[in-house]
Design a binder for this molecule. Structure first.
Ligand code: PLP
Length: 438
């Protein structure tokens, strides 16, 4: 059909002529054309469909085009598309109430942002103002966003060309499979990672440190579940030295792990929580900071020195209300937990038993990574050429993957069904059976 074929071609031509892409050398960009989606599937203008095992950038937790979220947005658009953050707006209040209702006790206020990175900026600002201290400790092997402080807090290559913010210190978090601490058990990794953090705190001068900033489960860096005891140990160090604990739940929050917040599974409560992505599945850009009562109280009489034109934008707020209500009514978080425990986790373990290229399988809920290695003994990561081949082979079979470094992140929407998992796993199985290391 020439009409639809030309829409694909036109989309590509316009993109290549005028759109400047993130994190890319522009000449090398070859974007997939996506025209529509529903649930766990997306398609181009030719009707070629893909099973979405990426949730885009791990944000479409509720699946594509959930009718209740689309309706919440269109109803709000018909009523009032935009209004200043200085006004009181019903959708904004209802969104904040629903987020607070899912948070631990002692969190009653939400500052809304445009996305995850500016949630991090504002959490850092709040911690600095609350403590009167400056330094922010975060880990190598992390991603916190692409704005002033958030990108410098980030622990991957993207920080290095962007180091314009001050007061950032990095340390190593636990990661047993590629241990920085010569550990061979989770207990050793946990103990040594905590000792390392305490040494960094003391070495930097504990009275100069405003916050420790951690992804509860580092996502982009490889879905590295913290060993039991690590996060409570960090909490204890923070308490001992008067340091705020910021947990970044932008990727792991709102259902991804099979819980509303990932930290619920790790026996820890932070002082500040950042969120974005899953809160409304990214249908309209938004994010925010959940602020614990003692920090919020600082600004009862003192001006909070921060704001955004679109903080609490009505379309975003309506989408949060629609998404959270649908997630609760339809048991979507429970589905993520069930899929991880009973379907996806066992299926990935079976893949690992079959394919030597899978060095480790890590994850929970619908938040998994396959760590691919050229040699299971040395754990040497597979190279970029192997990953490029895997990407092409998966896409060619209709699976939209999320690949980073030497890993396949298996991160479908929280609504994924048993049948869709089986379909996706069969494709990964077929691709990993190819002679990839030749
Ligand atoms: N924090 C984490 C843990 C993330 O994964 C991301 C994005 O991937 C961000 C922050 C930044 O969010 P955004 O891209 O919405 O600014």
């Amino acid at each position: 059909n020439t009409t639809t074929t030309s829409l694909n071609a036109r989309t590509t031509a316009l993109d290549r002529a005028h759109v400047f892409h993130s994190w890319s050398a522009q000449a090398a960009v070859k974007p997939l054309v996506i025209a529509g989606g529903l649930g766990c599937r997306v398609w181009d203008h030719d009707g070629r469909t893909y099973l979405d095992f990426s949730s885009q950038l791990v944000n479409v937790n509720i699946g594509h085009q959930h009718p209740k979220v689309v309706k919440a947005i269109t109803d709000q658009a018909a009523l009032l598309t935009t209004i200043s953050p200085a006004t009181a707006n019903l959708a904004r209040g209802e969104a904040a109430r629903r987020i607070v209702a899912r948070a631990p006790e002692g969190f009653n206020r939400v500052f809304f942002t445009n996305g995850g990175a500016d949630a991090i900026e504002n959490a850092i600002r709040l911690a600095r103002l609350h403590t009167g201290r400056d330094k922010i400790l975060s880990t190598y092997r992390s991603y916190h966003g692409n704005t002033g402080a958030a990108i410098v807090a980030t622990g991957d290559w993207r920080r290095v060309p962007n180091e314009y913010a001050r007061g950032h210190v990095h340390f190593f978090g636990p990661f047993l499979y590629r241990s920085e601490f010569w550990a061979t058990t989770p207990e050793q990794e946990c103990e040594r990672a905590l000792q390392h953090l305490e040494h960094v705190i003391v070495g930097e001068g504990s009275a100069s440190i405003a916050a420790v900033l951690l992804e509860t489960i580092p996502g982009t860096a490889g879905v590295m579940l913290p060993p039991p005891g690590y996060l409570p140990g960090v909490r204890e160090l923070c308490d001992r030295y008067g340091i705020m604990l910021i947990l970044d739940e932008v990727m792991c929050g709102f259902g991804r792990t099979g819980r509303w917040f990932a930290f619920e599974g790790y026996g820890v409560v932070p002082d500040l929580i950042t969120f974005a992505k899953g809160v409304n599945s990214g249908y309209v850009p938004t994010g925010g900071v959940l602020i614990s009562d003692p920090i919020a109280a600082d600004f009862d009489e003192t001006v909070f020195p921060g704001g955004l034109t679109y903080s609490g934008h009505p379309l975003a707020m309506a989408s949060i209300v629609g998404a959270l209500d649908a997630m609760s009514a339809e048991g979507i978080v429970q589905n993520a937990a069930r899929i991880g425990r009973d379907v996806l986790g066992p299926a990935l373990a079976a893949l690992q038993a079959k394919h030597a290229i899978i060095g480790e399988v890590r994850g929970e809920g619908v938040f998994w990574a396959l760590d691919l290695v050229a040699d299971p003994v040395t754990r040497q990561p597979v190279g970029a050429a192997v990953m490029a081949r895997i990407k092409a082979e998966l896409l060619g079979r209709g699976l939209l993957p999320f690949l980073i470094d030497n890993r396949i992140h298996v991160v479908p929407p929280c609504v994924v069904t048993n049948e869709e998992v089986a379909e996706g796993i069969a494709i990964i199985d077929e691709v990993l059976a190819l002679d990839l290391l030749a």
